[in-house]
Design a protein around this ligand. Structure first.
Ligand code: TEU
Ligand code: CA
Length: 557
């Protein structure tokens, strides 16, 4: 099994990564062309977002055939090439396993819909409702009812887009099919899977309505998340697919808690090796999710500190292992959320990166994060994501806001913000393609691109490379204990990573203002400043930190 605890991961969202045949859409050969770049970042593994056949209602997360590649992205041979070329560079490939649902264009679903007697009906959740009302009041993650009408009073469940039909995992045939899909790609030489929305595969028995006395669609959280059989199903995938190959599994834990993560990960016989949790990435959202603007998307340094403490403490206690990330394809770019995309763009991007690379767990880089990509000036003409349309509509319906306001909020939070083409250089279309891409390039690409940062030792890109190198040279950063200092400081996050032989202190000013800190006398060290986004210095009893100042001190003695 590959050494995931010491690995740095790079996420490719293929549609926007690199377009090799100049049709405006990123593709597998485009990814092959950039493998040396990915290796130069010190990445050991690539998580490739879905490339399977798909009608693109959720850009690949709606699979119509698990066994073929979306022709927009290339062919099965291109995938084999990517696997082989990556291996040559000591990079393993982790594929996205989207098994909570299939596209309604999948053959299984088409057969199920066409014929009520078809065995494929039992692959999905077909249930009786009324002629005009669905079987229960569950809301989809993207707004609106989680049910679509099949015929008469018969409906099927769609927890995500209306063309992603939920698979019924209580059916052993469904689980067998997924095992077969996994073996197919493991046979091809991939290292493992990132399992999409894997803790929603077990729905509450009899699918009861959530708070039935309430009006309107309800978020069925505990009825669809972390159900009692999730672990059992994952163990089956482990035993029948992963184990024989010594393969790796990373679970996406939708709204996961430390308690649920512990069920899936961390023990001797745990079904997955690593988990994603949503707490950090969801900071500032209201209780109904990303489109719930009632907290004004305000993230305080205290919130970052508390979330970090909560998860690091749990991870350490439960021996679980997290994939840490500050951005991915599901959320807008991070700098204007957690740091600063203006005056302190470079400095604060480095601070955030240092945070992500020095936590307990393994760091993930989402394409473009390593050059400090930010959110474009989004407008409706550039919306491409189903969620942009459905959630803005849902806002007007559920939260009763006027449409112009819903549109504003959508521009602000849409996932399309994170899906603009990767900015490779300052040529037209940012070197992503020679033709107009499927979604507009962020117009700051002439200044903010890989080429401009490639040979600049003070760039964000160079800083990421140094962080990767440190993860590989300092064992303590990967497996050392995590211990917080300066807990009560409202703006400065400080922690030790320590093992028997080494101690590293990470000191991060999370704020855009000068901060003063004060260590106890017995906490004063001699140190080597291994990496900083400011001037090299020594830690002292009293220190004044400049905005977003960050240090990685290796303590001596
Ligand atoms: O996301 C799971 C998820 O829970 C969603 O809520 C996600 O956070 C989304 O952005 C909601 O705002 C996974 C994938 O990462 C996502 O891209 C897919 O759309 C989703 O599953 C369905 O496959
Ligand atoms: Ca292409």
């Amino acid at each position: 099994m590959f050494d995931y605890r010491h690995a740095v991961f790079y996420q490719i969202w293929p549609r926007s990564f690199n377009d090799s045949n100049h049709d405006g859409i990123g593709d597998l050969k485009g990814a092959v062309e950039k493998l040396d770049y990915i290796r130069s970042l010190g990445a050991d593994a690539i998580w490739l977002s879905p490339v399977y056949a798909s009608p693109n209602s959720d850009y690949g997360y709606d699979i119509s055939d698990y066994y073929s590649i979306n022709p927009e992205y290339g062919t099965m041979d291109d995938l084999k090439l990517l696997i082989a070329e990556a291996r040559k560079r000591n990079i393993v490939l982790i594929m996205d396993l989207v098994a909570n649902h299939t596209s309604t264009k999948h053959e299984w679903f088409e057969k199920a819909l066409a014929d009520p007697e078809s065995p494929y009906r039992k692959y999905y959740y077909f249930r009786k409702g009324g002629k005009d009302y669905p079987p229960n009041n569950w809301i989809s993650f993207f707004g609106g009812s989680a049910w679509q009408k099949a015929e008469d009073d018969m409906w099927y469940m769609t927890l995500y887009t209306s063309t992603q039909a939920d698979l019924d995992w209580t059916n052993p045939d469904v689980r067998k099919e997924i095992v077969n899909v996994m073996k197919f790609y493991l046979d091809m030489g991939i290292e493992g899977f990132r399992m999409d929305t894997i803790n929603t595969i077990d729905k509450a028995e009899n699918l009861p309505s959530k708070d039935p006395w309430k009006k309107g669609w309800q978020f069925a959280d505990e009825l669809v998340i972390d159900g009692p059989r999730v672990r059992q199903y994952l163990c089956q995938l482990k035993d029948e697919a992963l184990k024989p190959y010594g393969a790796f599994a990373l679970g996406e834990g939708v709204l996961a808690t430390p308690e649920s993560v512990k069920q899936y990960c961390g023990g001797e016989d745990s079904p997955v090796d690593m988990m994603f949790q949503f707490d950090l990435i969801s900071l500032g959202y209201g209780s109904l999710g990303k489109y719930d603007f009632r907290n004004f998307y305000r993230i305080t340094d205290k919130m970052i500190k508390e979330t970090t403490r909560k998860w690091m403490t749990a991870e350490q206690k439960d021996h679980t292992w997290l994939g840490n990330y500050i951005s991915n394809h599901d959320h807008k770019r991070p700098l204007d959320r957690f740091a600063d995309d203006g005056k302190y763009r470079i400095k604060s991007a480095k601070m955030l990166a240092m945070y992500n690379f020095t936590l307990l767990g393994s760091p993930f880089i989402y394409q473009g994060e390593e050059i400090g990509m930010t959110n474009p000036k989004m407008k409706k003409e550039n919306w491409r994501d189903y969620e942009s349309f459905s959630s803005s509509k849902a806002m007007t319906e559920i939260m009763h806001v006027p449409y112009f306001f819903a549109e504003k909020v959508t521009n602000f939070v849409t996932r399309d913000n994170a899906r603009t083409p990767m900015q490779w250089d300052d040529s037209e279309f940012a070197g992503f393609s020679c033709v107009t891409p499927w979604i507009d390039v962020n117009d700051d690409f002439r200044t903010w691109n890989v080429k401009a940062q490639e040979h600049d030792p003070s760039s964000i890109l160079s800083f990421y490379r140094k962080l990767s190198a440190l993860r590989h040279s300092e064992e303590v950063l990967c497996t050392g204990r995590w211990k917080e200092l300066l807990e009560d400081h409202p703006h400065v996050l400080c922690y030790l990573r320590e093992n028997e032989s080494d101690r590293i202190m990470v000191l991060l000013n999370l704020s855009g203002r000068t901060q003063r800190i004060h260590f106890n006398k017995n906490e004063i060290w001699q140190a080597e400043d291994l990496l900083t986004n400011d001037m090299e210095r020594q830690p002292g009893e009293k220190m004044t930190l400049s905005p977003y100042e960050a240090h990685l001190f290796k303590l001596i003695g």
